[in-house]
Design a protein around this ligand. Structure first.
Ligand code: HEC
Length: 104
């Protein structure tokens, strides 16, 4: 299926692309506008920090979290595999600046 192969590619780009880029918070916030159509940021206690779409998993606390670890989100197989290998998001994932193009 076309969607899953492009998602597999996205997984590869997430891992190889820009995770090492220095994070600039203001820039990050501006960039997040492009992410919120698919991602919300909701704290564990249910407080919505950024209201957004539900196409992608909740990104609350994503840094330091194991890849593909949002319980009730159905990840693509490729991202699940990455998660099973125990990889943790270790920096501002806005190396995903390519976001929409990279992921969709
Ligand atoms: C077109 C919708 C869409 C946009 C826009 C989008 N994402 Fe995503 N994102 C997704 C989907 C769908 C997944 C799950 C991918 C999978 O299962 O392979 C995902 C997964 C992720 C993950 C992995 C989360 C986890 O729990 O492991 C991160 C981190 C992420 N996106 C960050 C971003 C950032 C940062 C942006 C903005 C630059 C962004 N996304 C923009 C749809 C989107």
């Amino acid at each position: 299926m076309k969607t899953s192969s492009s998602m597999a590619l996205a997984g590869a780009m997430i891992l190889t692309g820009g995770l090492a880029q220095a994070a600039d918070p203001a820039q990050g916030e501006a960039d997040f506008k492009r992410c919120r159509s698919c991602h919300e940021v909701v704290a564990d206690n249910g407080t919505a920090i950024v209201k957004g779409g539900k196409t992608g998993p909740n990104l609350y606390g994503v840094v330091g979290r194991t890849v593909a670890s949002v319980e009730d989100f159905r990840y693509s197989e490729s991202l699940e595999e990455v998660g099973e290998s125990g990889v943790v998001w270790d920096e501002e994932p806005c190396g995903l600046r390519r976001g929409p193009d990279g992921l969709a």
